[in-house]
Design a protein around this ligand. Structure first.
Ligand code: ZN
Length: 485
């Protein structure tokens, strides 16, 4: 019930990136750019700005309304504290610029610049939170090929806010939950002797806010208004973006260009063939063929994409006067690095390494990826030591992954601990470390101590953390160290 106040997620150039200096890798995010740090001031003013308005005269309803409203505020503030968002300047500037164009061209709809949050989630999505706040996920920014595609997502989320979808939903829910009819129904069931659960469930389903039908209506409304806003902004609207969104769940289904072992060799890891195959005794030894078949609509994050495409086809302004603007390559590189780091910090190691291999196929693999791969193997060893290897692998079901991904997750599951230890030590002794930066090397030392020293006391660990923080106050690795207990 905790997510009821969230709008069910939908859709869900001028900036020049600095070229990386030779031998220096592009760091995706600095420590101060994580939301806990970068949004400290905003967090307090946000709390004040999000005071619940009094809109109901009925006391119980207003009380319920405030409960729902405050739960949303708490959710936003907690998310900021949990570093759910980042304010990486290059990403923020690029997306803000698009947002500004939409705002400037639609002054009657948008009176002030919305608060834009970049959510670190790898899921291909964006969402509106009401009160002129929108968020776009790193996963969406990585997925978008064109500036106009990002503009469509932003316009769609802005439309939800303009149409007060979030606010109205909170209002309706407060009204429903304190309505006489609802309370009478609940009381009648609680007084009855039979089938309480089934009857209660029926009532709750009937009152559940954001029913599919209700949401679909909201989505249609938001799409239509988004197209109007895009037209006013002279931003080309290509309905085919909706069709591409249909394949949004396929990132880990993307096959590697050659066999998995060659990618492992590139990150200095020698895999035994036997590790790549699933042991026969598992629970699901059922045969599965990894074809490039479509995922069924019911399993998709974005159903109805084809319907949305067909509905909006008459509104198309594609091809426009200007050709579509491809998202700059460096934007994609930074976005993907930020995703890889986020997967690593969330102990989602198979996905993190697979994304590194996908970067290799795109020709964007660099020293940073090499260093990260080494940390990922060591992260797996650390998880194993702490008896959480299975969690760190984060098994994905076969419908969503390629055969290479499946082999990689099998390998992470089956590589014996001793072999993993040897590989981890070897990866920390490769020659590429000579070109790594100070904080990379220092973090390597910390991981070495955690992984390979007999036992590390809390005191020793604290002093390692402190030394690191003092030497590298802006380093991304501080996020990892803060999680250590
Ligand atoms: Zn939507």
């Amino acid at each position: 019930m905790q997510i009821f106040y969230r709008i069910i997620v939908c859709l869900s150039v001028s900036f020049i990136f600095m070229a990386p200096v030779a031998g220096q890798s592009l760091i995706p995010v600095n420590y101060s750019e994580f939301s806990k740090n970068s949004m400290a001031k905003q967090r307090d003013s946000l709390k004040a700005a999000l005071a619940c308005p009094v809109i109901f005269t009925k006391k119980e309803t207003q009380k319920k309304y405030k409960e729902i409203w405050d739960a949303r505020t708490d959710y936003i503030l907690e998310s900021i504290n949990d570093n759910r968002f980042i304010q990486q300047p290059a990403l923020h500037q690029y997306v803000s610029q698009i947002l500004r164009e939409l705002v400037n061209a639609n002054p009657t709809l948008l009176k002030t610049m919305p608060l834009l949050l970049i959510d670190r989630s790898p899921a291909v999505n964006a969402y509106a939170m009401g009160n002129n706040i929108i968020a776009v996920n790193l996963g969406f920014l990585s997925f978008a090929q064109y500036r106009e595609e990002i503009a469509l997502a932003l316009a769609h989320e802005l439309a939800h806010n303009i149409l007060n979808h979030c606010e109205n939903s909170m209002k309706e829910r407060a009204e429903l939950l304190t309505s006489e009819e609802y309370l009478n129904n609940i009381n009648a069931i609680l007084d009855s002797k039979y089938e309480r659960y089934t009857r209660l469930k029926k009532i709750l389903d009937g009152y559940s806010y954001g029913s599919a039908k209700h949401n679909r209506y909201h989505e249609g409304e938001a799409d239509s208004l988004a197209v109007v806003m895009l037209k006013k902004s002279n931003i080309t609207f290509n309905p085919a973006f909706f069709l591409r969104l249909d394949s949004a769940d396929l990132v880990y289904k993307t096959p590697l260009q050659s066999d998995l072992k060659s990618y492992l060799t590139a990150v200095n890891f020698t895999a035994d063939d036997a590790w790549l195959r699933k042991g026969g005794k598992g629970l699901s030894s059922k045969k599965y063929s990894f074809s490039q078949e479509e995922i069924s609509d019911s399993l998709k994050t974005h159903p109805d994409c084809v319907k949305r495409y067909e509905k909006l086809l008459p509104q198309s302004t594609f091809p426009g006067k200007q050709p579509l603007t491809a998202v700059p390559a460096q934007f994609e590189v930074v976005t993907n690095k930020a995703i890889i780091w986020t997967l690593f910090i969330n102990s989602n190691l198979t996905s993190a390494l697979y994304r590194i291999f996908l970067e290799k196929d795109k020709g964007t693999f660099d020293l940073w990826h090499q260093v990260m791969a080494s940390y990922i193997f060591n992260g797996l060893f650390l998880a194993d030591k702490r008896l959480s290897r299975f969690n760190a692998i984060n098994i994905r079901s076969k419908e969503y992954i390629s055969s290479s991904y499946y082999e990689l997750q099998n390998m992470f599951e089956q590589i014996p601990r001793e072999s993993l230890e040897t590989a981890c030590k070897a990866s920390f002794n490769q020659s590429f470390w000579q070109q790594a930066k100070g904080d990379d090397k220092s973090f390597r030392s910390v991981l070495s101590s955690l992984n390979f020293s007999e036992s590390l006391s809390q005191k020793e660990l604290n002093s390692l953390k402190k030394d690191f923080e003092q030497s590298y106050s802006e380093s991304i690795y501080r996020e990892f160290l803060e999680q250590l207990k």
